[in-house]
Design a protein around this ligand. Structure first.
Ligand code: ZN
Length: 263
């Protein structure tokens, strides 16, 4: 009789031991709640140039309002300040195979822009930055993703990151970063209330898309002019996971961006 190549009696204990070892040393667990790693990548046959051809539902990566872009404006327009009302709470930190994704386990608050309320969904990182401002990129970019209350539209705040002093609200994220792809942390306390200032001014806004497949084109971007810093060793940790910035998109009609200074 030919033995089963994967003997369940011996396979399972090894697997359990492996999980135990992971949790012991990295305080992480393997996750099976999302497809991981995702079906796209940042180079080669599934790289950004091929994203429009990916066989995924509602793929808009070949659309005409694609992000990121180089933000260039000549005029400063008075507009609405972004009101930020986040609250501290637990979050799960995932290494999705392409980025570090921080998702609150409960209600983490909202932003209000011109009377519209958007709930905080998650934030994540790109290395190097995806958006450029007047032709200049940065070492990294944080995207804080929100969804319109009772709607489907997204509002994403982009924060360009450079190396420097610590970013206190992010310190627990970098202290619990899951180093292995497709693993996640347990619940980690994050002071979302300190993630951004209470009122945001000086931002570039335009209508674009998510920068990862399916590149959904119902995103209003708010890219802050002011860069923030994280520690050099934290940037290095993100960089060690691989670069994950979609190139600047050349749309058929350049997307008009507005630089807003609140009234
Ligand atoms: Zn992003």
């Amino acid at each position: 009789m030919i033995a089963n190549p994967i003997d369940p009696v011996h396979f399972i204990p090894t697997r359990v031991l492996h999980l135990f070892t992971l949790s012991l040393f990295a305080a992480t667990a393997v996750f099976a709640d999302d497809e991981c790693p995702p079906r796209y990548s940042y180079c080669g046959y599934s790289g950004p140039a091929q994203w429009p051809n990916l066989p995924i539902e509602k793929n808009e990566c070949g659309g005409e309002k694609q992000s990121p872009i180089n933000l260039v404006t000549q005029t400063r327009t008075p507009g609405d300040a972004i009101r930020v009302d986040y609250v501290a709470g637990d979050a799960i930190i995932r290494n999705t195979g392409h980025d570090i994704l921080v998702t609150p386990t409960g209600d983490a608050g909202k932003i209000t822009i011109g009377g519209k309320v958007y709930k905080l969904l998650q934030f994540h990182f790109h290395i190097p930055s995806e958006h450029h401002i007047h032709g200049a990129g940065a070492s990294g970019e944080m995207h804080v993703v929100h969804q319109l209350e009772g709607g489907t539209d997204y509002a994403v705040i982009g924060v360009l990151l450079t190396s420097g002093t610590t970013y206190p609200a992010l310190a627990p994220v970098f202290a619990n970063l899951p180093a292995k792809a497709c693993t996640k942390s347990g619940p980690i306390r994050i002071d979302f209330a300190k993630l951004l200032p209470k009122e945001l001014s000086g931002y570039y806004t335009y209508a674009g898309s998510l920068t990862t497949p399916p590149c959904t084109q119902s995103v209003t971007w708010y890219v802050l002019e002011a860069r923030r810093t994280i520690l050099g060793q934290e940037l290095a940790k993100l960089r060690a996971l691989g670069e994950n910035a979609r190139p600047i998109q050349r749309n058929p009609m350049p997307l008009p961006a507005t630089y807003v200074l609140p009234k």
